[in-house]
Design a binder for this molecule. Structure first.
Ligand code: ADP
Length: 959
């Protein structure tokens, strides 16, 4: 890995950015500092000037006050008189005392430390306090001027050695007014103590300041003298003098006449800002000053803070930019490292490819000598490395291609690269086709030809094979009896073979002008779209359909169409290959078949017979709806197709299932048999069954069963037989009735005719006459009864009988009936008993009295007729909402076989031939009709030779 020489770019931009930012920050700070400094200076200068003015005003004021004091004293006549007096007469003790008081008052109340009275010679003649008795040299000089000018003089400050203090003297002439001739008699010397008022006034500073100071100076020759005590120098007042030519000394400058505010260096040698002014009326100059350091101390402190912050900021900025730069460098090195790794991997990979590449790779120098080759090249050309390296390019060329070599080399020279096919030869002389890709490369200034070759023997073979198969396909396509067509994916026709052209009636050039859809019947277009989509999507390998094509002449042909896809190597659709088989004839046959099949199906379904078709193996081939309805066979059994299951299901429904199953089995073993039989069902149905074999070309393939429901006709037949029997019975009954009726009518009629004739015979006695009349009467009644019965039955038959309800007490009515019968039959010795079912009071009901009595009468008559010994009981019982009446006898009884028939019209147990009892056979049928008319029913219980009981009901509602 070589990283040397790949220095990361110096981050100049960061560096410059840092410099610019730092400069800006520093310069900005500096400017700000200067601006603040200037402002502060200006502020302080103004302040110094104002303070100087203030102090000058105060000093001037103080001076005026002092002079005012002096003038006041000068003009104070009393005091002057006192002093003159003392001067002239040396004064009395009182005078002395007064002066003492005056002087004391002056020193006490003003800033005078001593008041002296001088005579005109300058001698002190009185002093308060009495500390010194001579005047100093400084005022001494001025005494003459005071005496001469008679004016008040205030001396400058001066130093007194005696008391080591400084002071100023205020010399006031004591003027005596003697006859308007004033003259000076003496001098008052007010010794002003500057430390009392003046110096404090000078030294006080209106604002707190460490270094501010006011100086009062004056010029003394070539020097300046500081008049007040100094803040920073412990010297005696008026002792400090400095040369006048000190150029930077504000005091000297002030004395030199410079006023205003300046920067200077004070008596300590410290830079100060000072204001210099002249104090008017004096020889003094005032300097107010303050140390520069103090002015700027706060600013400097702030600026130091700001500087620290700025430095920290710049350090932080530097670190940040440094970090960015470091990061950049780190990334640069990392990327370089990764690039290097990648490069090494690539180199390795490239070496690997070179070594194991499946292509021939060699390097040829400008003399066309092979100088490097990969393993595959050696393998292909069958040379060892030693042999191969150094061979000329022409040595591995097939002879027939040598001529092209120089031309190809110059092409590479010109274009730097070339790809071409040629033939090379191996060591054993085998010539093989090769595809060469040659490139001119420059390695350290020397030209080489890098050649990559590929043995294309197989490809050539494949191409040949492809060519052959294409040729074959073309032949198949063109000569195929099937209609074939190739279209683009947009259905534009590319090729169509002769068969296709023939089928559609278009020639190939016409087909190329149209698309596939043009001659597809529109019914098939949606289906085609879907199918082709699936085909393109790869869901189906081929799309097959049967569809109609519209020929050029408009006629229709059916084609079984198969569409497959020709795709390129990327799987994209190139073409559709369509193969069509003309199936028009088959379609017509299918249609005919469909027709006959549907006809058969419709016939099957429309027939009233159930039809089942099975094959030789007993599998259900076909059945109609009627069959499943008739046999109630579940659809799943029928659809399963197993005849055996259907057979088991239907056999259970038959009366003789065994014989049915046997029959079917027999028919399976005899496929040719044509059979018919009748099936009788458990539930009374009757089916006719026909069966015959199904044949195709004379060969039995199955059996057709048909079933016909003949239950109705069977029942009708039975009905007819029954009706016939009934009619015969009726006929017989009528014959018997006629026989009976003729007998029954003839009997009373004979009696009537016979006894009527006897009545007309003479000689009849009364009893005979009565007897005959009685017989006539009875016979008439009998005849009437017969006729009544006939009329009643006729009415019943014609439906003219109506009920006629009325309220009756049945106990009463039935008791009467019983008594009536007992009386009529008294001779028979056959007792009749009535048995009421209700107490008399409850036995009232609404009913058809006539019919009830007639029913009971009929029954009692019968009981009497068929009973010889025993008794007759009749009555009723209550059974829920009905009354059940009974008539019971001990007569001949009725055998079982006749029990139901006796209620039929004209029926009599003993037939016409063996008549023992009279009657028409109508009574019970009238009873039955009446009972049913009234809402009840009638029955009989009887035992032969034991007796009978007739019972009937009628509805009962208690009233
Ligand atoms: P008839 O006029 O013949 O009595 P009915 O209709 O009253 O006609 O009776 C029909 C037949 O029923 C009678 O002929 C008789 O054979 C039989 N029958 C009716 N009542 C009795 C009875 N109480 N005992 C025996 N047989 C009877």
């Amino acid at each position: 890995m070589k990283l040397q020489g790949h220095k990361p770019p110096v981050p100049w931009h960061m560096f410059i950015l840092y410099l610019v930012m730092s400069t800006l920050v520093i310069f900005g700070g500096y400017l700000y500092y200067q601006y603040r400094k200037k402002g502060l200076l200006s502020e302080n200068q103004k302040e110094l000037s104002a303070i100087a003015d203030l102090k000058i005003r105060q000093i001037t004021q103080w001076r005026f006050e002092r002079l005012g004091n002096a003038r006041f004293l000068e003009d104070d006549r009393q005091a002057i008189g006192l002093l003159t007096d003392f001067l002239e007469k040396n004064g009395s003790k009182e005078t002395r005392n007064d002066i003492f008081l005056l002087f004391k008052s002056l020193t006490d109340n003003f800033d005078y430390k001593q008041v002296m009275l001088l005579d005109t010679t300058g001698l002190v003649i009185f002093s308060y306090p009495d500390t010194a008795n001579f005047v100093g040299s400084y005022p001494g000089i001025l005494i003459d001027r005071v005496l001469n000018d008679s004016k008040i003089i205030m001396t400058d400050l001066h130093y007194t050695r005696q008391d080591s203090t400084s002071h100023s003297d205020l010399l006031i002439p004591v003027i005596a007014n003697d006859h308007d001739n004033p003259y000076v008699r003496g001098i008052i010397d007010l010794v002003i103590d500057p430390s009392k008022v003046l110096y404090p006034l000078i030294q006080t500073w209106p604002s707190p300041s460490k270094s501010a100071e006011t100086l009062i100076i004056r010029k003394d020759g070539n020097e300046v003298t500081f008049l007040n005590s100094l803040r920073y120098k412990k010297t005696t007042i008026l002792e400090l003098t400095l040369p006048l030519n000190e150029s930077k000394l504000p005091a000297a400058m002030a004395v030199r006449g410079i006023s205003g505010t300046i920067d200077g260096i004070d008596y300590r040698g410290v830079p100060v800002v000072a204001t210099m002014k002249k104090i008017p009326g004096t020889s003094w100059y005032m300097v107010t000053k303050i140390d520069r350091d103090e002015i700027f101390s706060t600013l400097n402190r702030q600026m130091r803070m700001v500087l620290v912050i700025l430095i920290l900021f710049l350090i932080a900025l530097g670190m940040f930019l440094g970090f960015l730069s470091w990061n950049q460098r780190a990334r640069y090195y990392r990327e370089k490292y990764e690039d290097e790794l990648e490069r090494l991997a690539l180199v390795k990979h490239f070496d690997y490819i070179l070594k194991y590449a499946n292509d021939i790779i060699f390097l040829v120098d400008k003399d066309l000598r092979i100088i490097e080759a990969n393993d595959h090249a050696l393998e292909t050309y069958q040379y060892s490395r030693v042999e191969f390296i150094g061979m000329k390019l022409g040595d591995i060329r097939a002879e027939q291609t040598l001529a092209e070599l120089s031309e190809q080399i110059s092409y590479v020279e010109k274009h730097e690269s070339a790809t071409f096919e040629t033939f090379h030869k191996k060591k054993d002389g085998t010539v093989f086709p090769v595809e060469i890709s040659s490139r001119l490369v420059n390695i350290e200034g020397v030209k080489y030809y890098q050649t990559i070759g590929r043995d294309i023997t197989e490809r050539k073979l494949a191409e040949d094979s492809l060519k052959t198969s294409e040729e074959r396909f073309r032949k198949i396509f063109e000569e195929s009896p099937f209609c074939m067509l190739i279209s683009t994916k947009n259905f534009e026709i590319v090729r169509a073979n002769d068969a296709f052209c023939k089928m559609t009636g278009y020639d190939e050039s016409e087909l190329r002008m149209i698309t596939f859809k043009k001659f597809t019947h529109h019914d098939h277009l949606p289906g085609d779209d879907l199918g082709l989509l699936k085909l393109v999507a790869g869901e189906i390998p081929v799309y097959q359909t049967e569809k109609r094509y519209i020929r050029k002449d408009g006629s229709i042909v059916w084609g079984a169409t198969t569409v497959s896809i020709i795709r390129n190597n990327e799987g994209e659709v190139l073409y559709f290959l369509v193969m069509v088989e003309d199936i028009t004839k088959r379609k017509a046959a299918e249609l005919a078949f469909e027709n006959s099949y549907s006809l058969l199906k419709a016939t099957l379904e429309s027939t009233a017979d159930g039809i089942l078709v099975v094959d030789n193996e007993g599998k259900i081939v076909e059945y109609n709806r009627k069959f499943s309805e008739m046999w109630n066979v579940p659809a799943n059994i029928l659809d399963s197709g197993m005849d055996s299951e259907a057979l088991a299901f239907v056999a259970d429904q038959l009366r003789d299932s065994d014989s049915f199953v046997r029959n079917v089995e027999r028919l399976y073993s005899d496929p040719e048999a044509v059979t018919y039989d009748l099936l009788e069902f458990n539930d009374g149905r009757y089916y006719e069954r026909y069966s015959q074999p199904q044949k195709i070309n004379g060969v039995t393939v199955g059996r057709v069963w048909s079933f016909r429901d003949i239950t109705l006709s069977k029942n009708a037949e039975a009905e007819i037989i029954k009706s016939k029997e009934k009619a015969e019975e009726s006929d017989r009954l009528k014959t018997a009735f006629l026989h009976n009726i003729s007998h029954e009518i003839r009997t009373p009629m004979n009696a009537i005719i016979g006894f009527s004739n006897l009545l007309s015979e003479p000689g009849l006695d009364a009893s005979e006459h009565n007897q005959y009349i009685e017989i006539l009467n009875q016979s008439s009644n009998q005849l009437l009864s017969i006729i009544n019965d006939i009329v009643d039955i006729a009415n019943i038959e014609s439906g003219q009988v109506r009920t006629n309800y009325s309220t009756i007490n049945i106990n009463e009515a039935l008791k009467n009936l019983g008594e009536q019968y007992s009386y009529q039959n008294r001779e028979l010795k056959l007792p009749i008993y009535f048995h009421p079912g209700l107490p008399d009071k409850d036995s009232v009901l609404s009913t058809d009295r006539t019919k009830l009595i007639q029913i009971l009468s009929n029954l009692i008559n019968n009981a009497l007729k068929f009973t010889v010994t025993g008794q007759i009981d009749f009555g009723y019982t209550v059974k829920e909402n009905f009354l059940e009446f009974f008539v019971k006898d001990t007569g001949i009884g009725i055998s079982e076989e006749h029990l139901q028939k006796i209620f039929h019209r004209f029926y009599q147990v003993d037939g016409a031939g063996s008549r023992q009892y009279g009657g028409t056979g109508l009574g019970l049928s009238i009873c039955k009709a009446y009972v049913e008319l009234m809402g009840g029913n009638i029955r009989v219980e009887s035992e032969k030779d034991k007796g009978s009981v007739f019972l009937f009901t009628i509805p009962f509602t208690n009233i």
